[in-house]
Design a protein around this ligand. Structure first.
Ligand code: SP5
Ligand code: ZN
Length: 345
């Protein structure tokens, strides 16, 4: 299947993640998509350039104020001299617009306070190329939509940075624009029929859930490690969250492997079978050995998940999300896409 790529996705270099106040090296790096492309090119997949798209789909799923902030955050941070004094070379919040403070927080005037109006964690830093990369990832997802609406049975958008943790008006979880939500909105809008999103990333797709919470014509399903067992995004992803009726979460206990994971994938696939198109936010961080998740899915499990989703025989857009084991991320994505193709053809 076509692999959509935009070199600008390499421009984002978060440099670090700040977890419980400790600055550690970033795990969401350009080496991830380098490894994926190497594996897919090695298997003979055609790689096509992303085509620039206008902001319509971005504005449909995100607040204009969030987009404006993301586009200008680095310039205003740098312009305020913060990289030199106090010596912070990335945009990072220190105070947050917590829901308990006020129902209508003011947008801060101080450059150093503004990140906390839009960002909900300290793990999602912005540097000089972050916006260009995020925008290129969204273009990649929209290009994959164009391909499947123009008769490709499926297309894979090699998106980086990832997106499924971004809500309508706030970002986090190493994500800046919700590429999968943008693709789903575009598909639903152009088809005029229900679409389904089935999220395989090890972490709950909280942003996608929030964006489509009330929409009955965009089914949002997610299988992920139980946030109640101590895993990001902590505040959402529980089984009881059903939104307007078209949201379905399948949290799994830490340590779960192919059996539990694939039975959830099968159940979500059966639930989504009536949709007119499918979006798959594909994180491969559910694999055993991934540094960011305790799930134990195997390579054969990813191939089987692809086969199950391909069995729906829907126009399918696959969007890259997480996966942090640089040795395995490429082969795992390849296995999933091979499984999908084997069932679609
Ligand atoms: C797209 C995606 O997979 N986002 C996952 C974001 C989860 N990050 C939470 C990290 C929690 C702390 N990890 C400790 C490692 C310190 N470097
Ligand atoms: Zn993840």
């Amino acid at each position: 299947m076509p692999v959509v790529w935009d070199d600008d996705c390499r421009l984002h270099d978060p440099g670090a993640e700040i977890w419980i106040g400790v600055r550690t090296p970033a795990v969401e790096t350009a080496a991830r998509t380098d490894a994926i492309l190497e594996a897919l090119r090695g298997a003979g997949a055609p790689v096509v350039d992303a085509v620039p798209h206008d902001d319509a789909a971005l504005l449909a799923v995100h607040d204009a104020a969030l987009l404006d902030y993301l586009a200008s955050a680095w310039a205003e941070w740098d312009g305020a001299g913060l990289p030199a004094d106090p010596g912070q070379d990335r945009v990072v919040p220190y105070v947050f617009a917590h829901a308990g403070l006020t129902s209508s927080p003011a947008v801060p005037t101080a450059v150093w306070a503004r990140p906390g109006y839009y960002c909900y964690d300290t793990m999602t830093l912005i540097g000089p190329g972050t916006w260009e990369a995020a925008r290129a990832a969204a273009d990649s997802a929209l290009t994959a939509v164009d391909l499947v609406l123009d008769d490709a049975p499926a297309a894979y958008a090699c998106c980086r940075p990832p997106g499924h943790h971004v809500c309508r008006a706030c970002y986090g979880g190493s994500c800046y624009l919700n590429n999968a939500a943008i693709a789903a909105w575009e598909l639903a809008s152009r088809l005029g029929e229900p679409v389904a999103i089935l999220d395989l990333d090890a972490h709950h797709g909280n942003g996608t859930q929030e964006i489509f919470w009330e929409r009955e014509d965009v089914l949002v399903g997610s299988v992920h490690v139980d946030p109640g067992a101590g895993w990001f995004p902590h505040f959402a992803g529980f089984a009881g969250e059903t939104g307007g009726g078209a949201n379905r979460n399948r949290p799994l206990a830490p340590g779960s492997g192919d059996d539990a994971w694939l039975s959830a994938v099968s159940e979500l696939a059966a639930w989504a079978a009536g949709a007119a198109a499918l979006v798959v936010p594909l994180g491969v961080d559910a694999a055993g050995g991934d540094p960011e998740s305790p799930l134990q899915v195997t390579s054969a499990g990813f191939r089987e998940a692809g086969r199950i989703l391909g069995g729906l025989a829907l126009p399918t857009v696959v969007v890259q999300e997480g996966g942090y084991d640089l040795e395995r991320i490429g082969p795992l994505v390849l296995e999933t896409l091979l499984g999908l193709e084997s069932a679609l053809r």
